[in-house]
Structure formats: C-alpha cells, structure tokens
Write a protein that binds this ligand. Structure first.
Ligand SMILES: [Zn+2]
Ligand SMILES: [Zn+2]
Length: 612
C-alpha cells in the first residue's frame, strides 16, 4: 500500500512561512493498493491538491472517499476536488450515518449558492453516497473496518487492510480517561482499551495529535488527542509506525520538530513505534507482513449491509392461510422463513436461532410461558411477536413479547412489525422490556394526574440545578407513560416527550436502579438509537429512578450530555439527592385521586389543561 499525505493540519487551513514543511492544508490522506484501488481519507483542503494531480495524471477517474466526520476541516476540499467535475468519473463517498440528514444533504449544504457557485447536483461525475455504522466492508481489494471515535460529532476511524499490511486513520479522537490524555497507561478505561484493540498491530497508525499534554487541561472535551496519548496508545496497540497528524493551527514547523525530538528521546527506554509528524507531500510505502495484518485484533463488529437479508423468521402459527401470508411478506424482504408446530417451537428455536419468532395465541396452551422459554433459547434474547385476538396487557408482560399483532390485521401492518423487530435486533438499539409493575405504574400516573401538566417552577428549578451541578446541557424529570416518555420538567430540551422505544429512562425504570451510560455509541443497547444518532445527540446518560413512597417507579431524574463521560461515587450520591428532591415535590404536589377507570386517558379525568 502506498500512503501519501495531502493535508495534515487540524481545524483550520494554516498557510504561511512557519508551516511550509508540515503544511497548512487540512486533513486528507491518499491510500493506493498495489492493484491500483484508490482510497482518499477525508476531504479537507488537501483534497484540492490531490484532485488536481489526479486530473493531470489522466486516465479514468475512479475512487473511494472515506470521510471520518463532516466538520469543515474534513470536507472543505470536496467542492474543489477537480475529479468530481469530470464526466465519466466514478466516486463512492462514505461517512457515518446521521439520522435526520443524509450524507448527500450534508455535503450539498456547504455547496449551497450562498457558499459556493456550483451545486452538488451539478457535478458531472457519477457519485454514490454510502452511510456507515461500525463494521467491516470491502472497497475493491481493501478491507475497511469502521469504528466510532470519541469526538464532538459522530466520527468514524478507519482501518484499511490490503497487500498484507494495515493502516489505521484515527482522527479526530479524544482519549476517554484523563491520565491517558497525559500519556499514562495506568487506570485505562475499557473504552480506551477497545480503541487500542482497533489500532492493534497496524503497520502505520495515523493519529490525531493536536495538543501536547500541558495544553490539555484547557482543551478537555474539545474532542482531540495529545501527542503523549497518541504515543501511549500506539505502544499499547503495538503498532509499528506512528504518524502524528491534525497538527494544531498554532503549531509552527519548529515547534513540531521539537515535539518529535522530545518524544523520540523519551522513547529510547521503551520498545517503541517509529514516530514522526506527518507532513504534506510525504509518501510512505507499506510493505507489511501477512502475519501483521492477520494478527491484528480487529474489533468484533457487525457486518454493514442489509440487516434483513441475513435474517430468519420462525412462524408458529396455525390459522389457515396465515403461514403463507407471513411467508410471502417476509420473503419479499429477503427474510428466510421456517415454520414449526407449537409443540416443536422450542426445539426448532434452539436449532435455527431465528432473528424473530411469530407466535400465535390459540388459547389452548400457556402462551406466555412458552414465549418466555423461547426468548431464553440461545445467548441473545430472541424477540417473540404475539399474534392474538386478546387485548391483554398482563399476557404481553408475562410473555415478554416485543410486539403484538392484534387481530384482525393487514399484511402490510404485520410486515412493518416483523421488520421492526428484526431491524432492532440487527441494529445496536434495544427497546426496554416492560417493568413487572407496569400496570400499577400507569394507574399511579393517572391517579396522581401527573401527566400533561403545565411547567412548574418548583420542579423546573430542580432540573436547572441538576444541569448546573453536573455541568450538563440537559436535565429532565421524566415520566414513563404507556407509549411515550413525557417530560414533567425539562432543562435544555424543547421537546416535551420522546417515544418510549427510544427512551433511555424506560431502561432505568425496569431495574429500579440508577442507570449510567458513559458512552451511548459503545453500548449495544443504545448505539443506534435515533436519539443518539440524531438530535439531541445523547452520548452520556445517567438516570435515577423516581420511586414513590408506595413503591411504584414512575420515571426518572436524568442528566444527559452530548459527550461521553462518567460519574464517580460522589456524583452518584448527588444524583440521588436530586432524585429525592423530585420525588418529594411530585408527592407533595400530586396526591392520588381515585379514578373510576384507570385506563381512561388523563385528559378525561379532569386533569389540568394541556399546555401544548
Ligand atoms: Zn478535525
Ligand atoms: Zn472534528
């Protein structure tokens, strides 16, 4: 593999006499395999120079552009990348999948006429956009592994393996633990170890090294590494060569030289990677050994690809014609289908490990205990969808069904429900199970008329103080209703509710214990939750259950940050204090009132008017 740097500057293009050697262009690296596959990582301003060279070299312009994230310093060269203006060119562009905006919209955004004279739609090359999550895929003969980094925007690092060598591009990334940022390997967090595993054994590591340790204190949470951390992680991951990059715009050539000299001097005592600062125009030929690529500890990631296509559904249905109906709709989605009689359901589930089981309630077997047994077959919980004519919440809870098809239903509805169950399992996003006291909880919310009330200062000041005490942008007092999470008090959010299936708090109330998610992107229950991938961009969550004196858990007091972080014991105690304050206020302000039918909507029971 041939590697060539076209932009090594972080944040801002920085031309001038003090940056001529390491260069002033922002992030862009070219990788070419021996067979000629062209991959460009990031399209900062360096991409303009690379584009001109490619056009000058002539021939068919075909390549792949991997974008780590879409901050300016990683995409600003794209509108100046000459090959995309050439008819006949073929370009595949890859970047992390967002939620509300497509990659095409994001790249097109910086080319709107307010900012640029030519629009994305006017480019003459054939451009395909690919939105990525963590996982592995191939671009021609190069195997690419994508892994989320720790940055202020959703960012992927890329590991490229080809020709027996491995190169990893890890920009922009901030270490998870504070001592690690200063280069210490003591007290490493699991997340930092996972990051090191992703870099494991690389022949070349191109790593964010924007700051030096002495500057880090004032740059915490800016989303970047220090040179000391880059060296430490390179040693930990046993990489062979380390290219420091994303140089700070304030760093002169002389300052970079001094940093590298200092690092090399310190490294004498250790078995160390070869360290250098990446410079614009620098070229590196990687002749790896086959063993090095093979021994690299690639992370366990799921394949990127149509999740439905690798799925299998098990049908345990008996109504005439229904097996065919399910088979038709599932096969049209590419889902393989097996069927079993109710007596064989358990054995069949153990044998084929289906992605989902559709279980029909015929009234003659204890369907809830059967479902509970099916769920527990295998290592991963198998989602079971109930097909029934009974509207029985207790049955839903007892069986732990993920969903219900209430008869009569249309095939299109059945298809959507089964799809959702498979997608949720294939993706890294899980819906919380219903808590055991779900019925009692909902009744309590009604009796106390807690839902859909106007904002109240006595509660709002609690969330305001919690946000300030933890220095987080968002703090909430939230109530978990049947289908939604409703914010009794909210600091830092305009929305008044989220879907229950997206709710983090719905998980916290099941265990009736504090739930701390240090980094949602690294947690299989939340990594692909829409609230993580899209607004409000949850990365850190800590929720304390709100358990009333009668023992009912109605919701949580939670704090949310858009950056990963952790809570120490002192902070956990403080969170509990805030939760207790919230419980006191809720009980004081909302004594229970007997209602005739607890299932009636809150508005019907004479509740305070909805403030909209
Ligand atoms: Zn950057
Ligand atoms: Zn960035």
């Amino acid at each position: 593999m041939l590697i060539r740097f076209y932009g090594t500057r972080g944040s801002l293009p920085t031309p001038g006499p003090s940056t001529v050697r390491y260069g002033g262009n922002t992030s862009c690296v070219m990788v070419r395999s021996q067979s000629g596959t062209l991959v460009i990582i990031d399209a900062g301003t360096g991409a303009a120079v690379l584009g001109r060279e490619l056009v000058a070299a002539g021939g068919k312009l075909r390549g792949h552009i991997l974008i780590g994230h879409t901050h300016w310093d990683h995409i600003q060269g794209f509108p100046f990348f000459a090959p995309v203006f050439q008819a006949g060119g073929e370009w595949d562009i890859y970047a992390p999948r967002g939620f509300r905006q497509t990659l095409e919209d994001v790249l097109g955004g910086q080319m709107q006429c307010t900012y640029f004279p030519i629009q994305l739609s006017q480019l003459r090359a054939n451009i395909r956009f690919h939105e990525l999550i963590e996982g592995e895929f191939h671009v021609e003969d190069i195997k690419v592994t994508a892994r989320y980094l720790n940055h202020t925007a959703l960012t992927l690092g890329y590991r490229l393996e080809c020709d027996g060598a491995a190169v990893v591009y890890s920009c922009d990334h901030e270490p998870h633990s504070r001592p690690f940022a200063e280069g210490s390997l003591s007290d490493l967090s699991d997340q930092d170890r996972t990051h090191a595993a992703f870099l494991g054994g690389a022949d070349l590591l191109i790593h964010d090294a924007q700051y030096i340790a002495s500057e880090y204190q004032s740059k915490i949470n800016w989303g970047h590494s220090t040179v000391e951390c880059a060296v430490a992680v390179a040693r930990l991951a046993k990489v062979k060569r380390l290219a420091l990059t994303h140089h700070d715009p304030t760093r002169s050539d002389v300052a970079i030289d001094a940093i590298v000299e200092r690092l090399r001097a310190q490294m004498d005592a250790f078995p160390a990677p070869d360290i250098f600062a990446a410079a614009e125009g620098q070229e590196i030929e990687l002749v790896g050994s086959v063993e090095s690529a093979a021994s690299a500890e690639a992370p366990a990631t799921s394949d990127i690809g149509p999740a439905l296509a690798e799925s299998r559904a098990l049908l345990v249905v008996a109504t005439p014609g229904r097996t065919k109906m399910f088979t038709d709709i599932l096969m049209s989605d590419g889902v393989a289908v097996s069927a079993a009689a109710i007596t064989d359901a358990e054995a069949m589930t153990a044998r084929i490990h289906p992605s989902v089981v559709v279980l029909e309630d015929r009234g003659d077997v204890d369907i809830a205990s059967l479902a509970a047994r099916l769920r527990r077959v295998g290592t991963n919980e198998t989602p079971v969808i109930l097909v029934t004519g009974r509207e029985d919440e207790r049955l839903m809870m007892a069986g732990g069904f993920v969903d219900r098809l209430l008869e009569p239903f249309k095939p299109s509805y059945a298809q959507a429900r089964v799809r959702a169950a498979i997608m949720r399992r294939a993706s890294r996003w899980q819906r919380a199970p219903l808590p055991e006291d779900e019925h009692r909880r909902l009744t309590e919310l009604q009796r106390r008329r807690l839902l859909d009330t106007p904002p109240e200062e006595r509660l709002d000041r609690i969330t305001r103080m919690a946000a300030a005490a933890f220095a987080v942008p968002i703090a909430l007092i939230t109530l978990i209703d049947a289908e939604r999470q409703w914010f009794k008090s909210s600091c830092g959010l305009d929305a008044r509710e989220f879907e229950r299936e997206e709710s983090f708090c719905a998980h916290a109330i099941v265990d009736r214990d504090v739930l701390v998610v240090p980094d949602a992107l690294l947690d299989d229950r939340f990594a692909e939750n829409p609230l993580v991938l899209g607004p409000p961009g949850i990365r850190f969550y800590a929720g304390h259950p709100l358990i009333l004196s009668g023992g009912t858990c109605i919701g949580t007091l939670c704090i949310i940050d858009r950056r990963p972080r952790d809570l120490d014991l002192q902070h956990l105690a403080l969170l509990k204090d805030f939760a207790n304050l919230a419980i006191e206020e809720l009980e004081k302000g909302s004594p229970p009132v007997e209602v005739s039918n607890p299932h009636e909507p809150a508005m019907m029971t004479g509740n305070a008017p909805n403030n909209g």
